[in-house]
Design a protein around this ligand. Structure first.
Ligand SMILES: Nc1ncnc2c1ncn2[C@@H]1O[C@H](COP(=O)(O)OP(=O)(O)OP(=O)(O)O)[C@@H](O)[C@H]1O
Ligand SMILES: O=C(O)c1ccc[n+]([C@@H]2O[C@H](COP(=O)([O-])O)[C@@H](O)[C@H]2O)c1
Length: 214
C-alpha cells in the first residue's frame, strides 16, 4: 500500500532544503508526503513567525506541484505539538496504511528525549534523512535501540503499517532556517535558498526582516 509520510517541522521559514529532501523521500518510498507544521514545537524556543504565518509560507512554497501537500492538524491542538499524539490520531484515521515519520538526522538524534518515543513505533515507521554535518547514528544508545527495526528495503516499509526505521539517502543540502533568519535579519536576500513563492508577497518574509529594524 502506498505509504503516507509526514514531515513535521517548525518551518520558520520553509526552505529549499526541506522541499528537496521531502521530494526525494517521496520518490525513494513511493509515498504521499505531507508537510506538517508544529503549532508549538516542543524542545525549542518560540518561532519567529506565528503558526498562521508559517502556514501561509508553506502554502506559497507548495503552489504549482501536487507531490507534496500540507497537513495543518497540529494547529488545531493547544499546548506542545507532541508527535506521538499526532501519529496516534493519524493511525485512527488511516487504519492499516503504512505511515512514515520523516526526520532529518539532527531531529532523529534527539528522539530519545521525545514524549513517549518508544510508542511511536507502534503507530509509524521512521524515515531518517541525512543532513550535512550530522552523523546519523552518532548515539550508540539510539543505534542499539533501533537496530532490530532497521531496514534498507522500501518494500518492507510498504508491506507493514509501522515499526521499522529506514535510512533515506538524499542529495545533501547545507541549508537551515537559522541561517536564513540570520541573512534576512541582516537585510540580505537569500533568493535561491528559499522557494520562489515566498518572494511573491513581501509580507511573507516580513517577520524575519523586522528582526533587523530598530
Ligand atoms: N537541509 C536539510 N537537510 C535534511 N533535513 C533537514 C534540512 N533542513 C531541515 N531538515 C529537517 O526538517 C525537519 C524540520 O526542520 P526545521 O523546520 O526545524 O528546519 P531547520 O532548518 O532545522 O530549522 P532551524 O535552523 O530553525 O532549527 C527536521 O526533521 C529537520 O531535521
Ligand atoms: O513529540 C516530541 O516530544 C517532539 C520533540 C521534538 C520535536 N518534535 C517534532 O519534530 C519535528 C521537527 O522539530 P524541529 O524542532 O526540528 O522543527 C516537529 O514536527 C516537532 O513537533 C517532537
Amino acid at each position: 500500500m502506498k505509504p503516507l509520510a509526514l514531515f513535521g517541522g517548525t518551518f520558520d521559514p520553509i526552505h529549499i532544503g526541506h522541499l528537496s529532501v521531502a521530494w526525494e523521500a517521496s520518490e525513494l518510498l513511493d509515498a504521499e508526503v505531507r508537510l506538517m507544521p508544529a503549532s508549538v514545537p516542543p524542545h525549542r524556543s518560540a518561532p519567529t513567525a506565528t503558526a498562521e504565518q508559517r502556514v501561509e509560507m508553506l502554502r506559497a512554497a507548495l503552489r504549482g506541484q501536487s507531490r507534496l501537500t500540507l497537513d495543518t492538524r497540529e494547529l488545531d491542538r493547544s499546548g506542545p505539538s507532541y508527535t506521538i499524539d499526532t501519529l496516534e490520531e493519524l493511525r485512527e484515521e488511516f487504519g492499516d496504511r503504512p505511515l512514515v515519520l520523516l526526520l532529518g538526522a539532527d531531529a532523529f538524534a534527539g528522539l530519545r528525549s521525545w514524549q513517549r518515543w518508544r510508542d511511536l513505533f507502534d503507530v509509524t515507521h521512521i524515515g531518517v534523512i541525512n543532513r550535512p554535518g550530522v552523523d546519523t547514528f552518532r548515539s550508540v544508545e539510539l543505534e542499539r535501540a533501533v537496530a532490530p527495526r532497521r531496514t534498507d528495503d522500501p518494500s518492507v516499509v510498504r508491506s507493514q503499517p509501522a515499526g521499522r526505521v529506514i535510512e533515506l539517502t538524499v542529495t545533501p543540502l547545507e541549508i537551515s532556517a537559522t541561517r536564513i533568519r540570520e541573512l534576512l535579519a541582516a537585510g540580505r536576500d537569500p533568493r535561491y535558498l528559499l522557494p520562489a513563492g515566498l518572494f511573491d508577497d513581501p509580507s511573507l518574509l516580513a517577520p524575519y526582516r523586522e528582526l533587523s529594524s530598530p
